[in-house]
Design a protein around this ligand. Sequence first.
Ligand code: F6P
Length: 358
Amino acid sequence: MTKRVGILTSGGDCPGLNATIRGAAKALYNQFGANVEIIGIRNGYAGLIEGDWQEMKQSDFSGILTTGGTILGTQRTPFKLMKVIGEDKVDKVARMKDNYKKLKLDCLLCLGGNGTHKTANLLAQEGLNIIGLPKTIDNDIWGTDVTFGFHSAMNIATDVIDRIHTTASSHRRVMVIELMGNKAGWLTLYSGIAGGADIILIPELPYDIENVAAAIEKRNKNGRTFSILAVAEGAMDRQEAKMKKKERLAYRQEHGIKTATNRIAAQIEQMTGVETRVCVPGHMQRGGSPSAYDRVLATRFGTYAAKLVAEDRYGVAVAMVNNQVVDNPLAEIAGKSKLVPADCPMLEVARSMGVSLG
Ligand code: F6P
């Protein structure tokens, strides 16, 4: 009996997607030989809706371990719109089910973050055989200690902080580095520690700008002529934290606040008198080759997914718990985010190093 396995990558890309695809594909070919057919769905769920796919050859999975991005392409297809029938009158869920059937798939591997897992769960509830694989530089998927992409992004962000250190020191400036993470501060916290940032601001811990300015002034008094801030793009002050998202966006628009980092930099310059600059590495954090750690993680996750296929175990998401690869029911993890908890030991590490958390 031939197994027909679909694979798609959905949501924001990150290093390690291709390594995971390769891990799953090689393990599938190894187990099933000629009795497996792999179908690559292009551009995430959009490809499943639109019927955009290709029959993959074994050679398609060679030479991709180290390459960034995704050979299948990706796209954000928001979960909240999945059940909404728009002007195009397309019933997206029905289309995905139809195309899954038309392709005669035995199962579908969905590589992605929180949004991807929500849709994966929806499709599983609709009766499709789905396996989720945890991808994101944000590291915020519920039920797994780590996601692939996070480690590579942390390396890139740490390199940015290292490079900013030397120029901050030469110019005696405050440098505010904006790192990715709208809701989750893992990347900023870990790269901030790895890069020796003086102040780390994450969305989960709303800051008080007075505390930030005081930390800079304290350094100045101690003879330190520069300061480095690692700031998550979703950082907010304590006043904003009390607002609902819509209210906060309206408040920012009204006050001409484009980004958290620009606002922080302007306030710091005004309060401390120290020349301040903003650095935004942006999508560089998601680009390029995966770290060795992520290659191993991706390969472990991919091969585990192949094992699930061999066992016909579906409706689950692959995860890492205490350095063991396991799987969680999709229904249990979908719709939840793993944010930095108030008692996270890394926060304690930061505090005990004298790092200000705002
Ligand atoms: O979820 C990954 C992520 O990189 C976030 O950290 C960031 O806020 C967002 O994606 C950026 O999305 P886009 O690539 O769509 O601009």
